[in-house]
Design a binder for this molecule. Structure first.
Ligand code: PMP
Length: 304
C-alpha cells in the first residue's frame, strides 16, 4: 500500500485519510463516471518551510475541464484552494503526488450525468520514481487507444483507464515494463499513463492532439522547453516503424517525469540520448526552482 499523506479533503472538509470512505453503491464506481488529476510536489530543497508544486494552475484547469465534460461545474480556483489547504495541513516531508478526483457520488443506479449528485475529493501519497529513470522496455499494445467520438479524450476520465490497465498488464505479463498504444488509425498515440516523444535527426517529434492523446502537461512543458532551447519540434502522426528506428524515445508524465525507452518489442534503442538527457536535466532544475526562466511554473506553498 502506498504511504498516504495523513489528511484528505472529503465531502467538503479536511479529515484523517482513514475516515474518507465512500459507499459500495457509489455511482462512479459502477459506471466510471469520474475524472481525476495528478500533480507532483516536493519540499523546497532551499527552504524546509515550503513546498514546490509543478504547474498547479494548469493541472487544476485540466481537472475543471474534465469535470465540465462530466457536466459538473467545478472552478479551477476552487480546486487550487483545496489543494493548497490540504498541503498546508499535511506538511509533506518528501516527494509526493496529489490526486484530486471528481465523481458522481449519488447512490442511485442508471448511467447518466444529469440530475445526479457529484462531489470531489483530494488526497496525497508519497511518490518517488514511478518508472525506472534508467529506462524502460515497451510492448506495442494489442489494445487501441479510444477515439474521441466514443469518449471525451481531452478529459482525464476514469473510465478511459480500463484500456490503460489492460495494456499495462498485457505488457508486464509479457515481460515488458510499459505499453505503447496505437490509435484506431494505427498511428502511435501514447503509453498507459504517459505521452511519447521520439528524436530523429535532431528533431523532437510527438503525436499531435489529433492522435487521440491526453493533453499532457509534461508534454506541453517539454515542447516549450525544447523550443526555448532551440531544439526543432514537430507535432505529427508517428508510424510504428518510426519508433524502431528513432535515435531516442522517451515517455513523459507527471508520475513518470521523463523516462527513457531502452527497448521496444525486439528492438534495442541507442544508449546515447543527448536530447532526452538535456530535457531531463532542465525539467529537474525547474521543478526544484533552480531555473530562473520558469518561476511561473512552480507554485510555492508556505507553511505559516
Ligand atoms: N496520457 C495519459 C493517459 C495519462 O494518464 C497521463 C498522466 N496524467 C499522461 C498522458 C501525461 O499527462 P501529464 O503530463 O499531464 O501527467
Amino acid at each position: 500500500m502506498p504511504d498516504f499523506l495523513p489528511y484528505a479533503y472529503f465531502q467538503g472538509q479536511i479529515v484523517p485519510f482513514a475516515e474518507a470512505k465512500i459507499s459500495i453503491a457509489t455511482h462512479a464506481l459502477h459506471y466510471g463516471t469520474a475524472a481525476f488529476g495528478g500533480l507532483r510536489g516536493i519540499p523546497d530543497p532551499q527552504n524546509p518551510d515550503q513546498i514546490l508544486l509543478f504547474r498547479l494552475d494548469r493541472h487544476c484547469q485540466r481537472l475543471s475541464q474534465s469535470a465540465h465534460l462530466l457536466c459538473f461545474d467545478l472552478p479551477a480556483d476552487r480546486i487550487e484552494q483545496v489543494i493548497v489547504a490540504l498541503i498546508q495541513k499535511n506538511r509533506p516531508s518528501s516527494s509526493f503526488y496529489i490526486r484530486p478526483l471528481v465523481y458522481t457520488s449519488d447512490l442511485g443506479i442508471s448511467p447518466r450525468l444529469h440530475n445526479i449528485e457529484k462531489d470531489f475529493f483530494v488526497y496525497g501519497l508519497e511518490l518517488g520514481d514511478y518508472l525506472s529513470p534508467e529506462g524502460v522496455s515497451c510492448r506495442i499494445s494489442s489494445w487501441a487507444r479510444q477515439e474521441d467520438r466514443s469518449l471525451p479524450l481531452r478529459g482525464k476520465i476514469s473510465g478511459a483507464y480500463i484500456t490503460s490497465s489492460l495494456a499495462k498488464t498485457e505488457a508486464v505479463q509479457a515481460g515488458y515494463d510499459e505499453a505503447i498504444l496505437m490509435n484506431s488509425q494505427g498511428k502511435v498515440s501514447e503509453a498507459s499513463g504517459m505521452n511519447i516523444f521520439i528524436v530523429r535527426n535532431g528533431i523532437l517529434i510527438t503525436p499531435g492532439f489529433d492522435q487521440d492523446i491526453l493533453e499532457g502537461i509534461t508534454r506541453d512543458s517539454i515542447l516549450t522547453l525544447a523550443r526555448d532551447l532551440g531544439i526543432p519540434t514537430q507535432e505529427r502522426p508517428i508510424d510504428k516503424s518510426e519508433l524502431f528506428i528513432a535515435d531516442e524515445v522517451f515517455l513523459t508524465g507527471t508520475a513518470a517525469k521523463i523516462t527513457p525507452v531502452r527497448q521496444i518489442e525486439q528492438y534495442q534503442m541507442p544508449a546515447n540520448r543527448p536530447i532526452t538527457e538535456q530535457l531531463r536535466q532542465k525539467l529537474a532544475a525547474i521543478t526544484e526552482n533552480r531555473d530562473p526562466d520558469y518561476p511561473h511554473w512552480v507554485k510555492v506553498v508556505r507553511f505559516d
